[in-house]
Write a protein that binds this ligand. Sequence first.
Ligand code: C2E
Ligand code: CA
Ligand code: CA
Ligand code: CA
Length: 278
Amino acid sequence: AKACGRNCYQFFNQEIQLQAERTAQLHLHLKKAISQNELELFYQPIVNPLNGKIVKAEALLRWCHKGQYISPVEFIPIAEHSGVIVEIGEWVKTQAVMMAIELKKLGLHVPISVNVSTLEFWSLELQTRFLQFFDQVVEQLNIDVFPYEMITLEITESLMMKQQKAVCELLSLLRQRGIRISIDDFGTGYSSLSYLVSFPVDQIKIDKSFIHQLETDPRHKALVEAIVSMSRALDLTVIAEGVETQSQLDFVKQQQIQAVQGYFYYKPMSKSDFLKLL
Ligand code: C2E
Ligand code: CA
Ligand code: CA
Ligand code: CA
């Protein structure tokens, strides 16, 4: 350890420096990503495991920058940090609505799930803006009605801890209009389960980390079983996320989980590939 001491220190220092420079670069370019047409929505089908039919799809954001795809895991936190997530969120919702309208015209009832960042609800001002978006987009896209029944919002548990009452009211209002609310990454947060009763929720998505550990740690089976029976008692739909193998699928089916998302069926794909598939 002694021999490596100074070199290691320099190495880590360099790593941190490079990482900081990359973040600063991405930060700078992300602001222009929308106007320069660098963002794209991919779609990952969600399947009924009993008949293999596509029942829904999740919209997943991709950023193609200088010929490379940058993962949302890397750029969403940067977007949140700089506040540009609000514009990005509106771009994402607009694209998803356009897609929903297209699907409706084709006579396909495949609702689109959209990820919503906690930051989009951060202040009272942003909450108002969020709500107004739905009326504005109707004008902007020159459509008669917003296809609320075709849109699901995926929110995380952290959102429910912040601004409880105001966010709850906002989501209730949208839900009255027909939007569905899904809890993403269910089980990974630290919030109390009581929000499932007090919050306007339709659906929960079991986080892929639970699904991936089903085989290695049998306690995860108990966990998934508990989530499923609780959801059933509360009349919530369950989606299992990250299903990759036959044995994961078998377990999920055995639990009578109604919808499955994962590489076992489909990876996220471009809009045109998704339309071809349908
Ligand atoms: P998420 O919402 O939990 O989305 C599911 C992620 O799991 C996606 O990663 C998807 O490609 C991946 N996935 C799906 N099936 C499998 C599987 O079988 N195995 C494995 N290993 N992975 C699977 P992706 O597309 O890289 O997105 C990562 C995260 O970025 C999302 O996690 C979400 O938190 C965020 N994100 C993506 N698009 C948006 C967006 O439009 N807005 C916001 N705010 N966040 C977004
Ligand atoms: Ca999601
Ligand atoms: Ca998730
Ligand atoms: Ca997530």
